[in-house]
Write a protein that binds this ligand. Structure first.
Ligand code: ZN
Length: 406
């Protein structure tokens, strides 16, 4: 009997882009020097994939959930629950979890969504103080990283509408406060509104903020809960796809959170930053090592997305060339060129076009390499070439179904 098939998914976040005038109409992946990605492509079948259902925003959490084989319309339930999973906070089924930012407000307007990218140390002092002042047997804050924390309200039901603070810098706070369109969830709305208002009075005079103000830094003078939801009832990847064991490698908490609900192990790699200076080679080696002992590895690389958000074409090309040299090259050498039983997919989750500096919901190019199978006629991996690929256009969970098909 032959060894069971294993799966490596290499996810280059935000890789896809639009034609760019300064590149003579090429996209970054067309312009980048990527011999190893193209070598893999020559051995692969290719196509386009729609990762974002029409009813949802094109967030990385939605698109990555799709690529992992989950119907995001069914299972996506906000960022709060994913971050709770990544932080190891167990949620009961009637726990309502919010991502809770520390933000800066000035003159009753949102100054920034990050309290000036407050340090972990300062933020943890503030979250502890908020718990000491406001926690009850139903309400609790959990410290995360920098400005990104968690608020859990127990014994809740129903949802309220909240505004992501990064979408509304400069807006009057009164215009973007949480709301309850249904009119059915006044109790939750009152708890959250009250916490926001009381946090502002409490945080204004906290020593951490007095010190930040004296140093000319933005103060963390309000909490901002958003993206509320309840724990998703997701089947594991084993239940859904019959893959016995798997792991996730990522610098991004949300991706680990999805992985937890999917029953995957989290692997942390030293020097994985989520930026262009990330430890690409270390992450690739961790993936290659993990394939020795597990059947599915989701290797997520954030860097191209960050370059896209910065609108930095040159940096985006650099991230793709680094992925080519430091990730795909060792994968070719150590997996593809060895006697192997690993099916490999390479794709982004969504486009992050440099010209727009945000995500779009356009279909993304993907390729799937299978050992002992020939590729299709597409020999170069990019947004245009894969339109001639053997898979045509897939939607949502069809990608994972195609990946694992015997
Ligand atoms: Zn993304």
């Amino acid at each position: 009997m032959s060894a069971p098939m294993k799966y490596l998914v290499i996810l280059a976040d935000g890789l896809a882009d639009h034609p760019i005038a300064e590149l003579n109409g090429l996209t970054p992946v067309m312009a980048a020097n990527t011999p190893h990605i193209d070598a893999l492509c020559a051995m692969s079948g290719t196509g386009l994939l729609n990762t974002v259902p029409a009813s949802l925003h094109p967030g990385s959490e939605v698109a990555n959930m799709t690529v992992m084989g989950y119907d995001a319309e069914k299972y996506y339930n906000g960022r709060g629950v994913l971050e709770a999973a990544a932080m190891g906070v167990e949620l009961d089924k009637d726990d309502l979890a919010f991502r809770c930012n520390l933000i800066s407000i000035k003159d009753d307007k949102i100054l920034n969504h990050s309290a000036g990218h407050i340090s972990n140390e300062e933020a943890h002092i503030l979250i502890d103080a908020l718990n000491a002042e406001f926690a009850t047997d139903r309400v609790r804050f959990y410290p995360g990283v920098s400005y990104r924390h968690l608020l859990v309200i127990k014994n809740a039901n129903g949802l309220i509408e909240c505004t992501p603070p990064h979408d509304v810098p400069g807006s009057a706070v009164a215009d973007v406060m949480p709301s309850d369109a249904s009119g059915q969830n006044k109790e939750i709305l009152n708890i959250v509104t009250d916490l926001i208002e009381r946090s502002q009075k409490f945080l204004a005079n906290h020593p951490v903020n007095i010190k930040r103000a004296q140093a000319g830094k933005a103060t963390a003078n309000s909490i901002w809960p958003w993206s509320p939801g309840y724990r998703p009832q997701m089947p594991t990847i084993q239940q859904q796809y019959g893959i016995a064991t798997g792991s996730v490698i990522s610098a991004v908490d949300l991706i680990h959170g999805i992985g937890r609900y999917a029953g995957l192990q989290s692997i942390q790699v030293e020097g994985a930053t989520g930026l262009f200076d990330t430890n690409y080679a270390g992450k690739a080696q961790a993936a290659i090592d993990a394939l020795e002992t597990t059947d599915y590895v989701y290797l997520h690389i954030e860097a191209p997305d960050e370059a896209g958000h910065e609108g930095n074409v040159k940096l985006k090309i650099q991230t793709l060339e680094d992925i080519d040299q430091k990730v795909v090259k060792p994968v070719l050498e150590k997996i593809v060129n060895g006697k192997n039983n690993v099916t490999i997919a390479f794709l982004p989750d969504h486009p992050t076009p440099c010209a727009l500096r945000t995500h779009t919901r356009d279909a993304i190019p993907f390729m799937i390499y299978r050992p002992n199978e020939k590729g299709d006629q597409v020999n170069e991996y990019n947004e245009q070439s894969v339109k001639q690929g053997c898979y045509g256009t897939l939607n949502g969970v069809e990608f994972m179904q195609t990946l694992v098909k015997k």
